[in-house]
Design a protein around this ligand. Structure first.
Ligand SMILES: [Zn+2]
Length: 284
């Protein structure tokens, strides 16, 4: 299962937590109706929200694209009796199931990490302002870590090795472990074996890229080594690209198959472009 972090949210998003009203046999229309209202919140706050994740037990059950937010009294929900007392002063949205390219980023993912601070509101908005604040925090952390590593006065290979160690003791790996439960490419799931692998290497990255979750995959030792050294990469749909440096026999022993695929998001793409351009085939 994928755990969404705040940086995975590419739209202005609201999460609605469905509790008693939810059961697994709801029809699509019933699920839509309980998701879209009615919520005790301000209309102004939610005007910017374009996507709603309907969540039960922290798992995204459906993803909606919002046409508009309106007072709950104007919702006209087909499957829920109108109750003016209940709906007064509350809000809701009208819309539809989100298009596939948006839906597939979130459906059946866990939102548990978004509620770490113990927020108990049944509906919560995540706007880009907040997402940028979170990203800034990680840029700051990367800057501190960079200067710590610089202070060690290492050169070339040593720096790469130290970065690898530091990253794998640190927060980057922890966050990747929250996001992925096994190697992004195979099913190795023993956390002692999983390695935080940068897509665009630390030394080539800008400060805001160094601890960016989109710039990392969690990989098993084999796949980490192959990826780090340019034996394999991925295209923008996540399909594996195998370097000609890796022959058939080694592919078999290193568990590389030409039909392998990795789950990628939009944020991964710019880093993967860099990897294909500068790392794939290039290093030994
Ligand atoms: Zn693997």
């Amino acid at each position: 299962m994928k755990y969404l972090s705040i940086e995975d949210l590419e739209e202005n998003i609201a999460v609605v937590k469905l509790t008693e009203s939810y059961h697994k046999d709801l029809s699509p229309l019933q699920l839509y109706d309980i998701s879209r209202g009615c919520w005790k919140n301000k209309l102004e706050t939610f005007q910017k929200v374009k996507v709603v994740l309907a969540v039960h037990s922290f798992i995204v059950q459906e993803v909606y694209a919002v046409d508009k937010w309106l007072p709950a009294t104007e919702l006209h929900r087909e499957t829920i009796p109108f109750d003016s007392e209940q709906e007064k002063g509350r809000i809701g949205f009208s819309g539809q199931v989100a298009p596939d390219e948006i839906r597939k980023k979130y459906i059946f993912c866990s939102v548990k990490d978004l509620f770490k601070n113990g927020n108990r509101h049944p509906i919560m908005a995540f706007l880009s302002k907040e997402i940028n604040k979170e990203k800034k925090k990680w840029t700051e952390r990367a800057r501190t870590l960079s200067s710590e590593i610089n202070d060690l006065h290492l050169r070339g290979m040593d720096t790469d090795a130290v970065v690898k160690v530091r990253i794998n003791q640190g927060v980057f790996r922890d966050r990747l472990l929250q996001k992925y439960s096994h190697c992004c490419l195979c099913n190795v799931s023993n956390i002692d074996l999983l390695i935080a692998s940068h897509i665009k290497p630390w030394k080539d990255s800008e400060e805001d890229e160094r601890l960016d979750m989109d710039n990392g995959f969690l990989l098993c030792p084999n796949h980490d080594k192959l990826f780090d050294n340019g034996f394999i990469s991925f295209d923008n749909t996540g399909r594996i690209i195998v370097s000609e440096k890796l022959d058939q026999v080694n592919c078999v022993y290193m568990n590389v198959q030409s039909d392998m695929k990795i789950d990628i998001n939009n944020g991964n793409k710019k880093y993967l472009e860099y990897h294909r351009e500068h790392i794939l085939h290039k290093k030994n």
